[in-house]
Design a protein around this ligand. Structure first.
Ligand code: AMP
Length: 575
């Protein structure tokens, strides 16, 4: 397919705000594309060249782009920079420059989607000596064959500024529209996506093999599965009321790892489907040794353990591994255990559809010998008293609480169900649980904090696609955290309040609602200042909120919901 068609579609999508219209446009675009190009088109629409878990990032610096534009247009870098400063959009500048050029250069050829994708891929993977020159050349080759609109799309894409506003849900709906004329296939397509985290693969399967292949979709090693998530209930009695006899497991406060193995190859993914294999060479070695299957996908919580005190260490200690450097040393300093708790796939068998009791039995048979991988501590409980006793035992052993699991439930990828219910230590202490809230804005701060450029955060809970404020957080920050937050949030800064944020407060700076932070508060109260769970002119607010930690491992979609906040507020009244 010609790249021009895609670039025109980008233009149209950019101007649209109605999801329905976007869906219809996308469906038409996909139906007009050859089967072999569908996957690539989907990735390009998402602003990536491969599914994010492959870790192939384009990240071309603006400087390199300006160099390429200078080569192609014959303008000086200074002139290009000056124009860029005026528009604030390098894509717009590229378009203008190419319009001024009037004619395409001699011998220019039509760009195809495949050619553009191929050059992007080569730019992303070029490394070592001379790679900068090679990247500039590959980009210049595209630009010299591009029309002004194509140049704008290419420039925005390579600098990571292609903001089409088409999310995963919109792409899934448009695939359904393309094939059925309505949303009737979306649920099944979403299941396939949740099992693979790869929309290009889902779309290609749909176009090549049809819906029967989507319905038969299975997990496959090295396509991370979106994690099943837990609900919460405030007491053992309510949990037993909901589940009856269930399996109670220790809730480890570590890092959730999804381990994929096929033969000797092992990869590890985070709960956000990032490839984090390099941080856990010890887990990789243990998986090769201890997992008795050729192919397997399983999950567990990694947590560091202090041999001297015999206690598990705080989440902060485990997460130190997330730093890329010095892993060898860290590995010695912080020995780690992986407590396996679920099995999704082994040697051709899809375990996501079978009952948890069977999955757990298969997991037990799969993990062999002594080593870093162990099964999570678990016991079957029938009564609230038994669950309370196990909870007590876990908390005394330094765990965060328990996870009660429905023995009959399948593994539902990517969704929060009452198949898993958490009971945490903090409820038992009579405090509200911590909340995972999303930062929507920040304040510059007073006094000493002015030097950090950040003094407080405006945060929100999630309500479907919207974010509603629940707290202004001004305490609990260490200096290092202030700096870290400032650096991170400056990158997310936007000029005005995002459309999907409901707020009565006006912070000094708005940011895209992406970063999740965990907060602790004394209680939930009602307030006219906040928009979360609003009834009768009053929303919910956190009283004395303090920052516990930054949760890079959680996405905004996993933040505490408005409904959960309301539930916590209600449960406060009865405790
Ligand atoms: P939360 O992050 O508080 O919603 O709790 C859910 C998380 O608890 C999961 O994503 C896991 O990272 C973690 N977890 C710890 N122990 C277990 C366990 N035994 N079973 C399932 N999840 C666990």
């Amino acid at each position: 397919m010609e790249f021009a068609r895609l670039a025109e579609a980008f233009e149209k999508l950019e101007a649209k705000t109605s999801r329905l219209e976007m869906t219809a446009d996308l469906a038409e675009l996909l139906n007009g594309a050859p089967e072999s190009q569908i996957g690539k088109i989907i990735y390009l629409l998402q602003g990536v060249i491969a599914p994010p878990h492959r870790g192939i990032e384009l990240g071309v610096a603006e400087k390199l782009c300006i160099d390429a534009l200078a080569t192609v247009t014959g303008q000086t870098e200074r002139a290009i920079e000056a124009s860029y400063r005026k528009t604030g959009d390098l894509g717009g500048t590229a378009r203008l420059l190419l319009e001024e050029r009037k004619q395409r250069s001699l011998g220019a050829s039509q760009l195809s989607v495949a050619k553009v994708h191929d050059n992007f891929y080569r730019i992303a993977t070029a490394s070592g000596q001379g790679s900068q020159t090679a990247k500039t050349r590959l980009l210049a080759e595209l630009l010299s064959n591009a029309s002004p609109i194509e140049a704008k799309a290419i420039t925005r894409f390579v600098t990571g500024r292609l903001r089409l506003g088409v999310g995963e849900a919109t792409i899934i709906d448009s695939l359904s529209y393309a094939k059925a004329g309505d949303k009737s296939l979306s649920k099944e397509l979403e299941r396939a996506f949740n099992l693979s985290s790869d929309l290009g693969l889902v779309a290609e399967t749909l176009y090549r093999e049809g819906m029967h292949a989507i319905r038969a979709f299975k997990p496959t090693p090295f396509n991370p599965i979106r994690p099943a998530l837990a609900e919460r209930l405030p007491s053992a009695a309510e949990i037993i009321g909901k589940l009856g006899t269930c399996l109670a497991e220790g809730k480890y406060d570590g890092l959730r790892l999804q381990v994929h193995k096929s033969g000797d190859r092992v990869e590890i993914y985070s709960r956000r489907q990032e490839k984090i294999t390099h941080m856990f060479p010890d887990v990789v070695a243990a998986a090769r040794r201890q997992i008795k299957a050729k192919d397997a996908i399983f999950e567990g919580e990694a947590i560091s353990y202090d041999e001297e005190t015999g206690r598990f260490q705080a989440f902060q200690e485990t997460i130190k591994r997330k730093r890329k450097h010095g892993i060898g040393a860290k590995q010695k300093e912080i020995p780690l255990y992986l407590f396996a708790f679920d099995l999704m796939y082994a040697d051709g068998k899809d375990y996501t559809t079978v009952a948890f009791a069977e999955r757990r039995a298969a997991l037990k048979a799969l993990v062999s010998g002594k080593g870093l991988i162990e099964l999570s501590k678990a016991v079957a409980v029938k009564t609230p008293a038994e669950l309370d006793a196990f909870f007590e035992e876990c908390v005394n052993a330094g765990l965060e609480g328990v996870m009660a699991k429905d023995l009959k439930a399948p593994y539902v990828a990517g969704s929060r169900k009452f198949a898993w219910i958490k009971l945490k230590k903090s409820y038992a202490e009579g405090l509200a649980d911590t909340l995972d809230v999303v930062v929507v804005g920040y304040y510059y701060g007073k006094g000493k904090r002015t030097e950090f450029g950040l003094g407080g955060l405006l945060t929100a809970v999630r309500a479907e696609q919207r974010f509603k404020t629940i707290a202004k957080i001004g305490t609990g920050f260490s200096e290092a955290q202030l700096q870290e937050l400032r650096d991170y949030l400056t990158k997310l800064k936007v000029p005005k309040k995002p459309d999907n944020v409901d707020s009565l407060l006006e912070p000094h700076a708005w940011v895209k609602p992406e970063l999740v932070v965990e907060v602790k508060a004394d209680e939930l109260t009602q307030s006219e200042m906040h928009t979360a769970a609003k009834t009768g002119g009053r929303g919910l607010a956190l009283r004395f909120p303090r920052l516990m930690r930054i949760r890079y491992d959680k996405s905004a979609k996993e933040a505490t919901t408005e409904k959960e906040a309301r539930g916590l507020y209600e449960s406060q009244k009865t405790h």
